[in-house]
Ligand binder design. Structure first.
Ligand SMILES: NC(=O)c1ccc[n+]([C@@H]2O[C@H](COP(=O)([O-])OP(=O)(O)OC[C@H]3O[C@@H](n4cnc5c(N)ncnc54)[C@H](OP(=O)(O)O)[C@@H]3O)[C@@H](O)[C@H]2O)c1
Length: 313
């Protein structure tokens, strides 16, 4: 049975499941394994797939393209998103590049690797201090005119950075992909600790939560099960006994599992929210896809927030 809700991404007519599958970790698996996972995802109601040119130097896009062909998915029934802007010479040197030439070349490379004519959404991966909004605008216009990209968004951008790019565009940015999980809640903590002096009051992101809602941009939560920066998952982790206890209690109440509750916690935040899960395990993906079974009350949402180690002023 499919429970997943669909969301419009930003103000666009691109409609997709509120849970997406991220392919960053797919290179560790075979084409057939990823094809099977795509089929599992689609059967569970997930029709949104996230990628980036930089993931294992293009391997994640190649794996997705090959897996898509082996799967039973139809291109027009799914939403495919990729990202551009992080460049690496294959050694230690890494930088960001939003020049027109780089964006155009990178998208051609992404399409070729995935075997696609177009992607639905292209995100600027991480803000580049050297970016020129007008160059980005020219690149976006070319890509849209050529039918290679339907709509655009950003990732890891603060509100000023979004506005800096947006003012040069004649298309509205529709999404911002940001790290957000029960164990990564800076954008929420700050809002509740305004004008205090404790660590939670630090404004790390310029009120991106409220800004995204005001501007009708979908927040795509990356690493929804990780704590720290890829330090591991908090689910069933002995380091987080209280959180796991409360997740377990809610999972029992809603006749589901902890993964679904942790995703539902993100989706309960008002505005347009999407969860980008990175599991390559079919059983876990089906568990996550039960998120819409969970209808958290406001008190339950706060109970989970407190169980994750947060407090109120
Ligand atoms: N925009 C950005 O800067 C940015 C940065 C990072 C990621 N992303 C996107 O976000 C996606 C998700 O990131 P992520 O992979 O770090 O997310 P995640 O869903 O939080 O983590 C998935 C990883 O945790 C493991 N895991 C272990 N126990 C788990 C459990 N109980 N529930 C769920 N996962 C468990 C998974 O292993 P199994 O495979 O064995 O389940 C997998 O290795 C990426 O694929 C990428 O598309 C974007």
């Amino acid at each position: 049975m499919i429970f997943l809700k669909k969301v419009n991404i930003g103000n666009s007519n691109i409609v997709a499941s509120n849970i997406g599958l991220g392919l960053m970790r797919s290179p560790e698996h075979s084409d057939q394994e990823v094809a099977d996972l795509l089929d599992t995802a689609y059967e569970a109601g997930i029709d949104f797939f996230d990628n980036a040119d930089v993931y294992t130097n293009g391997e994640a896009e190649k794996r997705f393209g090959a897996a898509l062909k082996k799967s039973s998915l139809t291109r027009d029934n799914i939403v495919i998103q990729t990202k551009v802007g992080i460049v690496s010479d294959g050694n230690e040197n890494i930088r960001y590049d939003f020049s027109k030439q780089h964006i155009l070349e990178a998208v051609n490379g992404s399409l070729q690797r995935m075997g696609l004519d177009y992607v639905d959404i292209l995100l600027l991966h991480r803000p580049d201090p050297l970016l020129e909004p007008e160059e980005i605008a020219e690149a976006f216009k070319t890509l849209q005119n050529e039918g290679k990209v339907r709509r655009f968004g950003v990732s890891n951008f603060n509100p000023m950075q979004v506005q800096l790019v947006q003012q040069a565009l004649d298309t509205k940015l529709i999404a911002n992909q940001l790290q957000l999980s029960l164990m990564h809640t800076g954008m929420i903590n700050f809002g509740m600790h305004t004008n205090m002096t404790d660590p939670a009051s630090l404004n790390h992101d310029g009120s991106i939560l409220e800004f995204s809602r005001l501007k009708n941009m979908t927040i795509q939560a990356w690493s929804p099960y990780q704590y720290g920066f890829f330090d591991g998952t908090f689910i069933d982790n002995a380091k987080f006994p209280t959180l796991n206890e409360v997740l377990h209690k809610m999972a029992r109440k809603y006749d589901t599992n902890k993964n679904a509750v942790a995703a539902a916690w993100i989706l309960r935040i008002p505005g347009s929210m999407q969860v980008i899960a990175g599991t390559m395990n079919a059983k876990r993906l089906k568990q996550i896809a039960e998120a819409d079974k969970v209808k958290l009350t406001a008190q339950e949402w706060y109970d989970l927030y407190f169980a994750a180690g947060n407090d109120l002023p």
